[in-house]
Design a protein around this ligand. Structure first.
Ligand code: PEP
Length: 239
C-alpha cells in the first residue's frame, strides 16, 4: 500500500507566497498538508493531488467558543484530515478526554482524525512507553468505536523526545510500538494506519519502512518546510 506522508507545518511559513511555493512542492497523491488556519485557502488553491489537513479542531460543533474552528467549517474548506493530540497541544493542557472529543467531532463530519500519541523522555527511560501510548489510545478508540466512526482513523506514534530534536527512535522500537497500537485498536474493532513522527528527514525515513514493518508512513514537521526534503521524500515513497 502507498505510504502516507503527512506534513505538519506547525506555525509556518509566515507568508502566503512561501505557503504557495511549499504547497506546490508537496502536491502529490499520498501527501496530506497540514497548514496553519490562515494559510489553508492558499494551500487549497495549490493542491491538485495532495489532500488538505488542519492542525486542530474544536470539540464543539458551533456556538460561543472564541478562537475555535468547528469541524463543519473545516469540511466546507475540503479539509479531509485533522491532527488531534499532538504533544505540542497536550503541553498546553489538552487531555485525553478533550482529544477524544475533538476526534469524535471531526469524524462525525467525515474528517479523518490523525491521532498523535507518544511518551516523554522520562517515561521512556522508565520503560513506560507502552503504558502511556495505550492510555492515550483507549479514550479515543472507545469514543470512536462506540459510534462506529473509526474507519478512517490514523495514528501517529511520536515519541515526544524525538520531536524537533534531531533524535531518532530506533526503527525496531518504533515498529514495536506500532504493532502494539494496532493490537489495541483491534480490541475496539478499529484498523488505523500507523505513522511515525519525530525528526524524520529524507535521510532517515527509509529505515522505518520496509517489507516487514508495521508503519505505513510519516508525520513530518521540520523537514516538511524544506522543498528539497519534500521532493526527496515524495520521490522515495510515492513516485
Ligand atoms: C511533528 O510536528 O509532529 C514532528 C514530528 O515534527 P518534527 O518532524 O520536526 O520532529
Amino acid at each position: 500500500m502507498r505510504p502516507i506522508l503527512a506534513f505538519n507545518w506547525k506555525m509556518n511559513p509566515q507568508t502566503e507566497e512561501e505557503a504557495a511555493r511549499l504547497a506546490a512542492a508537496s502536491d502529490e497523491t499520498g501527501v496530506i498538508v497540514f497548514p496553519p488556519f490562515p494559510l489553508i485557502h492558499v494551500v487549497r488553491n495549490q493542491l491538485t493531488k495532495a489532500m488538505l489537513g488542519a492542525q486542530d479542531v474544536s470539540a464543539a460543533d458551533g456556538g460561543a467558543h472564541t478562537g475555535e474552528v468547528s469541524p463543519e467549517m473545516l469540511k466546507a474548506l475540503n479539509v479531509s484530515s485533522v491532527i488531534v493530540g499532538h504533544s505540542e497541544r497536550r503541553k498546553l493542557g489538552e487531555d485525553d478526554a478533550l482529544v477524544a472529543s475533538k476526534a469524535l467531532q471531526a469524524a462525525r463530519q467525515g474528517i479523518s482524525p490523525l491521532l498523535c500519541v507518544g511518551e516523554s523522555e522520562a517515561e521512556r527511560s522508565d520503560g513506560l512507553e507502552v503504558e502511556v501510548v495505550t492510555r492515550q489510545l483507549k479514550t479515543v478508540f472507545d469514543l470512536l468505536g462506540r459510534e462506529g466512526l473509526g474507519s478512517r482513523l490514523m495514528v501517529a506514534y511520536e515519541p515526544i523526545w524525538a520531536i524537533g530534536t534531531g533524535e531518532n527512535d530506533a526503527p525496531e522500537d518504533a515498529n514495536r510500538v506500532a504493532e502494539i497500537i494496532l493490537k489495541v485498536a483491534e480490541g475496539f474493532n478499529l484498523f488505523p494506519r500507523v505513522l511515525y513522527g519525530g525528526s524524520v528527514t529524507s535521510a532517515t525515513a527509509g529505515r522505518y519502512i520496509g517489507k516487514h514493518s508495521t508503519l505505513s508512513g510519516f508525520l513530518v514537521g521540520g523537514a516538511s518546510l524544506k522543498p528539497e526534503e519534500v521532493r526527496n521524500m515524495i520521490t522515495e515513497f510515492l513516485l
